[in-house]
Design a binder for this molecule. Structure first.
Ligand code: GDP
Ligand code: IMO
Ligand code: MG
Length: 432
């Protein structure tokens, strides 16, 4: 019986991971985040309640679910506490007791967003379009081995020394390289000391909790953030985020071994979106793109930025199937395509030198002048919104889904026809 299921994005983020993670949590004892930070925005809809979680794992609406934050996540304590207060206001009063944070998480400090913004300004027209939350600089400090971690809060003197050396270096850069105001060491240090007891009370050994859940044959959901093509190693570098968003990242970031994973569910929209800069071969800079943006309400859950929109890209999806070892796909937002006369699916890329490829290149510059090769299919005029029976979908919608499966090399396990939990068709339950 599959007990450990990974849910991750197969495109450029915002695929609907929150909806699926929330839905599958009915069966899970824990949901664990392994990477990213409050750059994520996962939307949960339960009846008339709509909640966007950023650092908090998407299991929080289920009272018996433990929400775990693994060592691979970068934690901004103020953002975490802010979210806990929002959850309280929405009636989820025990969130703080159910959230457990690894002592190994890198602390995202006020200096990180300052650097993030300075770096984006400096990049000028090559700006990445980050969320401005300081995610990249925080991971930089972690990898450079000068980061401060949640567990350091228990050792004020060690914290002081580490923080001093990190901030000396970062403030030097802020002042001399980015031409931005410095961040006060004293203020950051005293703020950390003030919040330390609250955050330390939430720490736990996440690997041990996961091992225990496994021993008890409880179900665990590993919730990815961002998406495959925002991965630091496999995405459209440098227009990526700073963590491993692919399936392998779920193991390193949570402290669970690869042999413990039973099912990898990729989440992908029936079309494609991207927010921020970088390559997007199937992008539609026309009325059709505008129509999809409106129909899909494609505006960022975190920053409110309009998302770029385009056709479904089977070339990219093939790569996502390969590097994540996808067991199945949750295909989201089919309803958004209702009423379109025809739909295009990208089956190959024609590169600048004329070669045709069925798998995407690696670096952003290799995407220059890529021409998508399309297959066109007829659309449907009927509404698919909220349909819960595959047989009741228009035949053209059924054919579209079947063709996406063939071209991508993965079966659709879950089909989503609306934001609500009930607006879902299950072909396969990853936990069953
Ligand atoms: P995530 O970051 O992957 O969790 O996705 P976001 O929450 O950022 O964006 C997905 C958006 O699509 C949210 O507003 C969801 O409520 C919404 N959504 C999810 N599934 C569907 C669907 O099948 N149809 C429609 N119309 N909206 C959906
Ligand atoms: P969820 O989990 C969509 C994008 C940013 C930018 C790039 C780098 O909701 O799918 P960062 O702030 O991480 O350094 O920005 O990555 N990005 C996302 N795009 N969904 C997300 O999260 C994203 N998190 C980061 O727009 O292009
Ligand atoms: Mg999102």
């Amino acid at each position: 019986m599959p007990n450990n299921v990974i849910v991750l994005g197969t495109q450029w983020g915002d695929e609907g991971k929150g909806k699926v993670a929330d839905l599958l949590t009915t069966e899970a004892s824990c949901v664990v985040r392994s990477q990213g930070g409050n750059n994520a925005g996962h939307t949960l809809v339960a009846g008339d309640k709509k909640i966007v979680v950023r650092l908090v794992p998407s299991g929080i609406l289920h009272p018996s679910c433990q929400c775990l934050i693994g060592s691979g996540v970068v934690v901004n304590p103020d953002a975490l506490f802010g979210e806990i207060e929002e959850l309280k206001a929405a009636g989820i009063t025990d969130a703080e007791q159910r959230i457990k944070v690894s002592a190994g998480c890198a602390l995202l400090l006020p200096i990180h967003p300052a650097i993030d913004k300075g770096a984006e300004k400096k990049r000028g027209r090559n700006a990445i379009g980050t969320t401005g939350r300081g995610i990249g600089p925080c991971y930089e400090d972690k990898v450079a081995r000068r980061g401060v971690r949640v567990g350091d809060l228990a050792y004020p003197e060690i914290l002081k020394e580490k923080l001093r050396s990190l901030m000396d270096y970062r403030n030097f850069l802020l002042r001399n390289f980015y031409d931005e105001p410095e961040v006060s060491f004293d203020e950051v240090y005293s703020h950390l000391i003030e919040l330390a007891p609250r955050l330390l009370a939430m720490t736990a050994d996440i690997s041990a909790i996961l091992a225990d859940a496994r021993a008890k044959q409880q179900k665990v959901l590993f919730e990815g953030a961002q998406g495959t093509f925002l991965d630091i190693d496999y995405g459209t570098y440098p227009f990526v985020t700073s963590s491993n968003t692919v399936a392998g990242g779920c193991c390193t970031g949570s402290g669970a071994g690869p042999l413990h994973m039973d099912y990898v569910l990729g989440i992908g929209k029936a079309y494609t979106t991207r927010v921020g800069g970088g390559p997007f071969p199937t992008e539609l800079n026309d009325e059709t793109g505008e129509h999809i943006r409106k129909a899909g309400q494609e505006f960022g859950a975190v920053t409110g930025r309009p998302r770029r929109t385009g056709w479904f890209d089977a070339v990219a999806m093939r790569r996502a199937v390969q590097i994540n070892s996808l067991s199945g796909l949750a295909l989201m937002k089919l309803d958004v395509l209702d009423g379109m006369q025809e739909l295009k699916i990208c089956t190959a890329y024609k590169l600048k030198d004329g070669t045709v490829t069925e798998l995407p290149p690696l670096a952003a510059y290799e995407y220059a002048d890529v021409e998508p090769v399309y297959e066109t299919m007829p659309g449907w005029s009927e509404s698919t919104f909220g349909v819960t029976d595959f047989a009741k979908l228009p035949v053209n919608a059924q054919n579209y889904i079947r063709r996406l499966e063939e071209l991508s090399g993965v079966k659709v396990a879950i089909l989503s026809t609306g934001p609500e939990r009930s607006q879902t068709i299950f072909f396969e339950n990853p936990f069953a």
